[in-house]
Structures are given as structure tokens and as C-alpha cells.
Design a protein around this ligand. Structure first.
Ligand code: URA
Length: 434
């Protein structure tokens, strides 16, 4: 240890290993020293594992979040002529909601600064989806982002490397040390980026189910409460919806396929669940930014205002909203094995299969295939006949079909006619500040 360092990493690790509480000074130091490279990866992995096993209290989580925010820059949208609201989803399969949501909310008078990421693993990334639009670019300078927010009202772009750099380093470490699934670490990771981004209001879409990080409602509720408290304490009006991720959202999973479906929603059509969740989240964003009175976001989908914002938003980032979207070179159709009612269509299996078809990446350097993915021809509740198409697999590389089919082998349950899938509301709960 350098003589000028205030703390010793081993003491900090021992404190948490022995179920102690980390002091504000220890937290500030360990985050800063890790970002500077003074605390080594192996020390930080021991500490994050101790946190995963022994937890952190609300005060520790708030301080940990503040220290990660302080590791980088903070954006400031206070000069804009309208309020700002952002949405964060904890990630799901077929979750394309950001694409129609940002234009809808902007069409209702609230600016949406949506800093997004790329997909890793079975959940898709918003930037990967938008990059299937010819010409569209994800990287904007802060000045370009502000100008677009003022002019168009919505921007979906890559988060700059200056925002919470401690989290960038820590997240990469957690990914390879089995320490992603700790609620204090997930909550502080997500909220440090959202608070540093400077949004006035934030709506969290916390997914629950097989295709989500959080497999049960109790865990998801705890994560949602922790994040709502962090946001509220930092002055961001924060609300969370717990939403179902036991089955994919909409009828597509895969980059260009999801853009196509989002455009259908913006044209006033599209699958009912995608429309329902878009409108529910838009209502929360408008209410949290004080712009909800007498405004129904559903109208902006039907009357074309949201579509106008979408087209301007895509053009402002170099994209051509009229260009044909990429289509995969090959398809493979899976047929219904029996007559009956689909009572289960598993989100995780569809996510893994879409990923194996080339829609996602295994390592962050990998390229995704824009046209790869899965189309669902029947969702839970639908009646099917043996031999009818159930799923269409899309890929440029047909040698991937077999592994995708393996992932889907047990994805669908068909029960005799007259059966019904379990009742599952799309919006399970709403969590606001105490
Ligand atoms: N998303 C994040 O940004 N961080 C996490 O820890 C988990 C999901």
C-alpha cells in the first residue's frame, strides 16, 4: 500500500467479510482507489463477493452509489425548455419498449434522454436494435445530445465513457466473478448511471420471470424499492413497475425484427402487450415529470405524432427511417407438434435461441447479425393445430439452427383444447417512494 493511501484494501474486505458495516470513508476510498488502479481486481472481487454474501444496508448502498457517481462527469439538462424523463429496464427478451416509448413521451411534451447499452448474453441491447437501421449512429457528443433533445425531444444513444467510470470497471469484473446477482450492487450500478445522466424523472421497468435477472416477485420488489429510494434521495422523481418476463414481449426477438415491430406500434398497430407496456410506462414518465394532466400517450400512437418524432429522431442520428431493414439470409420454421392451446412459451429459452442465431453476443467484441432472431406465431392463450408454424428462426448462418432448436426443445407447452395459461398480469406491481 502507498503511504499516502487512507485505508488498506484488506481491512475493508475483512470488515465486510466479518459482517461489519463499511464506513463512508472506506466506501469513498475503495471506489476511488479501484478506479485509479490502486485496489487490484482480485481485492475488489473479494469485496464484491463479501457484499453479495453479507449485503449492505441502505446507508452503505447510497454512499456506494454516490462514490460511483463521483468517479465521473454529471450531465445537466436544466437548460432545456421542457422537463426530462428516462426509463430503465432491467432487461428482458423481446424488450423493444424503449423504441416506441421515447418518441411517444417526447410527442407529449417531455424530453427523453435515453442513454442505452448493447446486449450481452440472452437479453438484447437497444443500441444493437437501432444499429440495424441503415446509417444510424449510436455515439453522440454531449453537445449533440443536448441539441437533439431540444430540437426533437428524444435521443437514444450510447452512454459516454465519462459517466460513472467506476461502474464500467466494476461491472466487467462482476460479470466474470459471479457477483452480478447482488441487489446492492445491481441497484447502485443502475442508479449511479441514471443519476449521473441528470434526468429529472425516472421510471424503472423491473422485469420478473424466467427471462429476467430477478426470477421471483420478492427479489424484484426488493430491487425496485432499493432503486426507488436511491433515486428519490438523489432528487430524481423515481417510480418502478414490476412487469412480467415469463414470456417474450411482442412477437419478435432479434434486432431488425424488433425494430420492424416497434414501427408497427408507432403506426398505431403492433402486438397488444407491447402497446400496453409502452402506454403504461409513458403515463408514469409523464406523471413523474409533472406533464401527465389531460395527456393520453395512447393518442400519440394513433394520431401519428409519435411516428413523426421517431422519424426525426432516427434522421437526426444519420439513419434513414424509410430504408428497408436487413433480413436474415435463411429461415427455419418450427411447427406445432399437436393440436391445443399454448399455455407456456418460455422467455429464457427464446432469448437463448435468438442469441445462438446471432442476435446477441457472447463477448463484447462480437458482431451481432442485424437480421437474426425469432418470430413467434403464437403466444400463451393461442389455439394451434398440429403442423402449423409456431416459431420462425432467422439467421445468416444456417449452421446455427440446430443449437437454437436445442434451446427451444422444451420452450413451449401445448395443453388440450379448453385449457388456459396461468393468469399473469403484464404489470404486476407499482412501487413509489415511501
Ligand atoms: N445492469 C446494470 O447496469 N448493472 C447491473 O449490475 C445489472 C444490470
Amino acid at each position: 500500500m502507498s503511504t499516502t493511501e487512507q485505508f488498506d484494501a484488506v481491512d475493508v474486505i475483512r470488515t465486510k467479510r466479518d459482517h461489519g458495516r463499511l464506513s463512508d470513508g472506506q466506501i469513498d476510498w475503495v471506489i476511488d482507489a479501484y478506479t485509479r488502479g490502486v485496489v487490484a481486481d482480485e481485492q475488489m472481487s473479494a469485496l464484491t463477493m463479501a457484499i453479495l454474501l453479507n449485503g449492505m444496508d441502505r446507508g452503505e448502498i447510497a454512499r456506494w452509489t454516490a462514490a460511483m457517481i463521483a468517479s465521473g462527469e454529471r450531465l445537466d439538462f436544466s437548460g432545456l425548455s421542457r422537463p426530462t424523463a428516462d426509463k430503465h429496464s432491467t432487461g428482458g427478451v423481446g424488450d423493444k419498449i424503449t423504441l416506441p416509448l421515447a418518441p411517444v413521451v417526447a410527442a407529449c411534451g417531455v424530453a427523453v434522454p435515453q442513454l442505452s447499452g448493447r446486449g450481452l448474453g440472452h437479453t438484447g441491447g437497444t443500441l444493437d436494435k437501432l444499429e440495424s437501421i441503415p446509417g444510424w449512429r449510436a455515439a453522440l457528443t454531449n453537445e449533440e445530445m443536448l441539441a437533439q433533445l431540444e430540437d426533437v425531444g428524444a435521443v437514444i444513444c450510447q452512454a459516454g465513457s465519462g459517466l460513472a467510470p467506476a461502474d464500467r470497471k466494476l461491472y466487467a469484473l462482476r460479470d466474470v466473478t459471479g457477483t452480478v446477482e447482488a441487489i446492492p450492487l445491481i441497484a447502485s450500478s443502475i442508479m449511479s448511471k441514471k443519476i449521473a445522466e441528470g434526468t429529472g424523472a425516472l421510471v424503472l421497468d423491473v422485469k420478473v420471470g424466467t427471462g429476467a435477472f430477478m426470477k421471483d416477485v420478492d427479489q424484484a420488489t426488493e430491487l425496485a424499492r432499493t432503486m426507488v429510494a436511491l433515486g428519490t434521495d438523489a432528487g430524481v422523481r423515481t417510480v418502478a413497475l414490476l412487469t412480467d418476463m415469463s414470456t417474450p414481449l411482442g412477437l419478435t426477438a432479434g434486432n431488425a425484427l424488433e425494430v420492424r415491430e416497434s414501427v408497427e406500434v408507432l403506426a398505431g398497430g403492433g402486438p397488444a402487450d407491447v402497446v400496453e407496456l409502452t402506454v403504461a410506462l409513458a403515463r408514469e414518465m409523464l406523471a413523474a415529470s409533472g406533464a401527465g394532466n389531460g395527456v393520453d400517450p395512447a393518442d400519440a400512437l394513433v394520431d401519428g405524432r409519435a411516428m413523426d418524432v421517431w422519424r426525426r429522431m432516427i434522421r437526426a442520428q444519420g439513419g434513414d427511417p424509410d430504408a428497408p431493414l436487413p433480413v436474415a439470409r435463411e429461415t427455419d420454421v418450427m411447427l406445432a407438434p399437436a393440436d391445443g392451446v399454448v399455455v407456456r412459451l418460455d422467455a429464457l429459452a427464446v432469448g437463448v435461441a435468438a442469441w445462438r442465431l446471432g442476435a446477441g453476443r457472447a463477448r463484447k467484441e462480437d458482431q451481432v447479425q442485424a437480421g437474426a432472431g425469432i418470430e413467434l406465431h403464437a403466444k400463451p392463450g393461442a389455439l394451434v393445430r398440429a403442423g402449423e408454424p409456431l416459431l420462425t428462426l432467422h439467421s445468416d448462418t444456417p449452421e446455427r439452427f440446430q443449437r437454437a432448436r436445442q434451446a427451444l426443445a422444451d420452450a413451449v407447452t401445448i395443453a388440450p383444447e379448453g385449457s388456459r395459461p396461468p393468469e399473469r398480469p403484464l404489470v404486476i406491481d407499482r412501487i413509489a417512494a415511501d
